[in-house]
Design a protein around this ligand. Structure first.
Ligand code: HSE
Length: 433
């Protein structure tokens, strides 16, 4: 009898339906690439009667995911349900029963990656998750394998398409955040409840995964400092443009030298970046990950970061890899967390700020404002002043400083009598010192 490998699909929504479709449409090619046919044994869904536009035998649908992953003829399990439960229990059950697992579940990996990884090692099976960060873009395997001999120093990612679309709209049309969000929703880029994207939770989960693989250290979502884009104003975007910059929501993972040794950090927040940085050209809902490493230098990975077919492409790539390993009776490389670096709190990371303050236009104000920066050990790189009648706007860009010192400087400025308003505060990244 010809050997086949059985696949169970958990979830048949935006991504799962395209995984199922492509498995059917590319059945022959996938089988040829693996070495034996991949057969879909079942699809676990919550509502089996729902139309999904997938041309598969209706008998494949089941509501019993637990039973499906424990079937003896299931060798590989694809989890595209998302969320913590039941995804976690089903993945653990699948591994325990000897199946290899492919998942796109960034939220679960960022919270409980260690437990899943340990279960995979114990079961001697693969746990693959290329699709969990930046959709179709091959980025996790390059970090974990292609760059395993290098020393990654920094990763800057635009890893959320919804927020990139909104910020891009704000930048090209001058609209405010609310209007750009409405446009994103009407064009289907933003969910009806866009909280996870807008508030940076989605990007923070991805930052945890990127930092972990880049620095060989366990990093969870709780270690990632997070700010979303809801407070980014048309004024911030205009101020960035005046400096030749654009505003992007960045996932930033860095390696730091500290007196106690090496440490790492992971953060997600809006930032101004120079218009000639490669990430500035990432428009609309596209994603990109910019990697800096000691030997390779600067690399950029670019492409569609969301959507059914692009994410299904990454899932199927993992599925073919895991299937090949099953056939060869091996597992892929184990997760590498040997470095175990400390993860720095946000206050200890090094960054720089763009600060716009509306001040009284009279003698001594500029000196007093400069004094406030100096009081907290923050060095100013540039100051621009615009007089506007009886008030003036001072726009200051600092040199690199501890984030805590920059934040306390902003607090000090806001408390000064001559400062009418701190009208814009945003971090600046990737700008030459
Ligand atoms: N909601 C995400 C985005 C896609 O807007 O990029 C899934 O990770």
């Amino acid at each position: 009898m010809t050997r086949t490998l059985g696949v169970a699909l958990l979830g048949c929504g935006v991504v799962g339906s395209h995984v199922a479709r492509l498995m059917v449409e590319q059945h022959v090619e996938l089988g040829a690439r693996v070495g034996v046919p991949l057969e879909l044994r079942g699809i676990a869904v919550r509502r089996p009667g729902r139309a999904r536009g997938v041309d598969v035998d209706a008998g494949l649908f089941t509501t019993d995911g637990e039973a499906l992953v424990r079937r003896d003829d299931v060798d590989l399990v694809v989890e595209v349900i998302g969320g913590i439960e039941p995804a976690r229990s089903l993945i653990l059950a699948a591994l325990e029963h000897g199946a290899s697992v492919v998942t796109a579940n960034k939220a679960l990996l960022a919270v409980d990656g260690a437990a899943l990884s340990e279960a995979a090692v114990k079961a001697a099976r693969d746990l693959c998750y290329e699709a969990s960060v930046a959709g179709a873009i091959p980025i996790l395997r390059p970090l974990a394998e292609s760059l395993a001999g290098d020393r990654i120093t920094r990763v800057l990612g635009i890893v959320n398409g919804t927020t990139n679309f909104i910020l891009d709209k704000m930048s090209t049309s001058g609209t405010g955040f609310a209007e750009a969000l409405e446009q994103a929703q009407s064009l289907g880029y933003a969910e009806a409840d866009p909280t996870a994207d807008i508030e940076g939770f989605d990007a923070a989960a991805k930052a945890a995964i990127l930092a972990g693989l880049s620095f060989h250290t366990r990093v969870t979502a709780a270690d990632v400092y997070r700010e979303g884009i809801a407070d980014v104003s048309a004024g911030d975007v205009a101020s960035a443009a005046q400096m030749g910059c654009v505003v992007k929501l960045l996932a930033i993972c860095e390696r730091h030298a500290t007196p106690a040794g090496e440490a790492v950090s992971a953060r997600v927040h809006p930032a101004m970046i120079p218009g000639d940085h490669p990430l500035a050209s990432v428009r609309e809902a596209y994603n990109a990950v910019f990697v800096e490493s000691a030997a390779a230098g600067r690399l950029m990975f670019y492409g569609p970061g969301a959507g059914g077919p692009p994410t299904a492409s990454a899932v199927l790539g993992d599925l073919v890899g895991a299937a090949r390993n099953r056939l060869a009776d091996v597992r892929g490389p184990a997760e590498s967390v040997h470095a175990q670096h400390d993860v720095l709190p946000m206050g200890d990371t090094l960054t720089r700020y763009h600060i716009a303050v509306d001040v009284d236009d009279r003698a001594g104000v500029l000196a007093a404002v400069a004094q406030e920066f100096s009081r907290h050990g923050v060095s100013i790189q540039t100051v621009r002043q615009e007089g506007r009648g009886d008030d003036a706007q001072l726009v200051v860009v600092t040199h690199i400083a501890r984030d805590a010192d920059l934040a306390v400087t902003v607090g000090g400025l806001a408390a000064m009598d001559m400062v009418r308003e701190v009208s814009s505060v945003m971090r600046v990244e990737a700008m030459p010192e």
